[in-house]
Design a protein. Structure first.
Length: 278
């Protein structure tokens, strides 16, 4: 390629408006997303966390404390009324252990939740790239200019949809985490109920672990996707003529990268649940 051609082609006019807008939007959103993934729910929205911690959680805790005796009685009377299983010492010890565990959880539950939030945030911080992935082609040539002029609007739509799909997924995840914090005191008392009722606790724990550590899977998916697409070279050739058009392949690779990242982020919950049976 002649030395003057890259400088001539590296102009906003030849690249068209869609490339510049797409690049700006994607980089801004990715910067926001990487910041979100390394932030705990306490720091994600301070006002929301304060509202959950000082208003909603005490309200739910009061209801949970009042329902503790109810579920203990349900568990006791079902055990006594079960003629297939006699009321043995082992059963009494099991009920006593559950009551002790329940009291510990009701007293220290919020502290335990905060610790797990910090652990997940730290793990995501180690996995995610600090800076937004720089996937836009640096190979300025005829091919890249042709791509952005012909497919510029499609490229713009892909960037907008994928970027905000990832962002909305993260926002939705934190909304679920705030809701799980509030429902913690409501679910825990069921541990002392009968074997059919206590399944509520296990369901809540699975949901909490799945949503809390989903951020780690999302960070891993984004990091791995960036490495995969960055290591793939499209239209690699030694031909001097064809090298003038290899920017088209890199631009196409950038489009595929955005789609793959969005799909990976949306598929993180399914992957986590199937892998760890949550």
């Amino acid at each position: 390629m002649p030395d003057w051609l890259p400088d001539f082609l590296n102009s906003n006019l030849l690249y068209g408006p869609f490339y510049q807008i797409s690049s700006a939007i994607w980089n801004i959103v990715m910067t926001v997303c990487t910041g979100i993934m390394t932030t705990t729910p306490q720091g994600f929205s301070v006002d929301t966390w304060e509202y959950v911690q000082t208003e909603l959680y005490p309200w739910a805790l009061a209801i949970g404390v009042m329902s503790m005796d109810l579920f203990i009685m349900i568990g006791f009377f079902r055990a006594v009324g079960n003629f297939k299983e006699n009321m043995t010492l082992e059963l009494m010890i099991e009920v006593f252990i559950k009551i002790v565990i329940l009291n510990v959880l009701m007293v220290s539950g919020l502290r335990i939740i905060k610790t797990l939030f910090k652990a997940a945030s730290a793990m995501a911080g180690m996995a995610v790239m600090v800076e937004p992935p720089a996937f836009f082609t640096d190979d300025v040539d005829v091919g890249s200019v042709i791509f952005y002029w012909i497919f510029g609007f499609f490229y713009f739509i892909v960037a907008i949809v994928c970027a905000f799909l990832i962002l909305l997924t993260l926002y939705g995840l934190y909304i679920k985490l705030y809701t799980l914090v509030v429902t913690f005191p409501l679910a825990m008392p069921t541990i002392t109920g009968s074997r059919g009722v206590e399944g509520t606790v296990y369901a809540w724990v699975k949901s909490f672990l799945s949503n809390t550590f989903e951020i780690v899977i999302i960070a891993l998916a984004m990091a791995i996707t960036g490495r995969i697409t960055a290591g793939v070279s499209v239209f690699v050739t030694d031909s001097g003529v064809l090298n003038m058009f290899d920017g088209f392949g890199q631009a196409l690779n950038s489009t595929i990268y955005m789609i793959l990242m969005a799909v990976s982020v949306k598929g993180a919950p399914t992957f986590l649940n199937k892998t760890f049976n949550l």
